[in-house]
Ligand binder design. Structure first.
Ligand SMILES: NC(=O)C1=CN([C@@H]2O[C@H](COP(=O)(O)OP(=O)(O)OC[C@H]3O[C@@H](n4cnc5c(N)ncnc54)[C@H](O)[C@@H]3O)[C@@H](O)[C@H]2O)C=CC1
Ligand SMILES: O=C(O)CCC(=O)C(=O)O
Length: 366
């Protein structure tokens, strides 16, 4: 089953890591390294079944290939998942062991944060390998990527509002937010400052209360979030939430959120949104601010430069909506074409022989 999935999705490598002493059970997936080393976060999640973890890491890694390509980064796509309970299974040994596995891949995979992992976890990994980013600012690094993801998401939402309502001003707009974790809390802060009204939900009651107390958000139930009267829906929890059951409930004019893999089935559910006239801003472009920021660490981190690049997500969404209209395709397809054509173009560039790897000349007597 695993090789069938790998062949179908054209995956390069899947690495299973196990360590009894620390309790580590992790899977690293490298989808495509045409553009460079595969960069993507580590998700720590209590998967019910091992199969769920495999499916998740495959989907997430492929998403990173598209995200990094569309963002113009010289990075391929990869991701890691760790099976466990983030509230009790973490330890220094755990992450240092994972760091050693990552180091063994010789730079083919570069780690960062995702759901369930923090800057402190990345710092432990950094004790064993240089192939990690999103580490502490005290190392001259960029720290927590979530505020940057939120800034990129805010910029994307401004451009999405322009598409749906004719103006990118979010003042007075009502935004429904699913999941008020790291990214969405920062997003709510930006939206509140911009004069938007907020409707929020989360499985974590404290997270909801924080948004109610600090931003005057209205709290609704977990399933209610799909059918509330709002202008823009921001899915900021987990993937697969735009599906047969939820799409018919939506009353919004646009969707723009940070969650990865929001469409359960890309073709079917992307089309369903298009048919309903709902503007869908492709998730992996919307949420690329985090990776754009952490990738800046790889060339010597400069916060001003990184922030400016993150705000350019507005321009990238603009480009995608323009291509979609010109070619009469969905924004999701437009984003996919952009990413795939960049990968293909660089593949072609790299097909020319250069004197870098071991080759027929390597064995010649000097
Ligand atoms: N942190 C980052 O910089 C980036 C995050 N993302 C994606 O954005 C999403 C959010 O990421 P973070 O804020 O970092 O994660 P997080 O774990 O801090 O926040 C997620 C929130 O969603 C809530 N949640 C989980 N299931 C839910 C459900 N069924 N209904 C309502 N709420 C639910 C959680 O309780 C949590 O508060 C994820 O899909 C992640 O992959 C994407 C790019 C970068
Ligand atoms: O932003 C990050 O923390 C790393 C990139 C990543 O995993 C993502 O964008 O989903």
């Amino acid at each position: 089953m695993i090789f069938t999935e790998m062949v179908d999705g054209d995956y390069e490598q899947l690495v299973f890591c196990q360590d009894k002493d620390s309790g580590l059970k992790a899977i690293i997936c490298i989808h495509d390294t045409t553009l460079g080393p595969a960069l993507g976060g580590i998700r720590f999640w209590n998967y019910e079944k091992e199969e769920d973890a495999i499916i998740d890491v495959l989907r997430l890694a492929k998403g990173m290939t598209y995200k990094n390509a569309a963002a113009g980064l010289n990075l391929g796509g990869g991701k890691a998942v760790v099976i466990g309970d983030a509230s009790k299974d973490k330890s220094e040994a755990f992450f240092r062991t994972l760091g050693r596995y990552i180091n063994n891949l010789g730079g083919r995979y570069i780690a960062a944060e995702d759901v369930g992992t923090t800057v402190e976890d990345m710092d432990f990994i950094y004790q064993e390998t240089d192939y990690v980013c999103g580490i502490s600012e005290s190392f001259g690094s960029s720290g927590n990527p979530s505020p940057f993801t939120a800034l990129g998401l805010f910029s994307a939402m401004q451009r999405t509002a322009k598409e749906a309502f004719g103006s990118d001003d979010l003042n007075g707009k009502t935004i429904s937010v699913q999941g008020v974790g790291n990214v969405a809390y920062s997003l709510c802060e930006l939206l509140h400052e911009a004069g938007a009204n907020l409707i929020v939900t989360d499985i974590n009651e404290k997270a909801v209360q924080r948004a109610v107390d600090n931003f005057g958000a209205k709290a609704v139930g977990l399933d209610e979030i799909y059918s509330v009267d709002a202008d823009i829906f921001a899915p900021c929890a987990l993937g697969g939430i735009l599906n047969d059951k939820t799409i018919p409930q939506l009353k919004v004019k646009a969707i723009c959120g940070s969650a990865n893999n929001q469409l359960l089935e890309i073709e079917k559910h992307g089309q369903a949104l298009q048919d309903l006239g709902i503007v869908y801003a492709p998730d992996y472009v919307v949420n690329s601010g985090g990776v754009i920021n952490v990738a800046d660490e790889l060339t010597g981190y400069n916060k001003e430069r990184a922030t400016s690049k993150v705000k350019d997500v507005y321009k990238q969404i603009d480009k995608i909506f323009t291509i979609a209209k010109e070619q009469n395709i969905s924004p999701q397809h437009a984003a996919d074409h952009l990413a795939e054509s960049r990968i293909q173009a660089i593949q072609n560039v790299k097909s020319k022989f250069t004197q870098s790897d071991k080759n027929i000349l390597s064995g010649r007597k000097k």
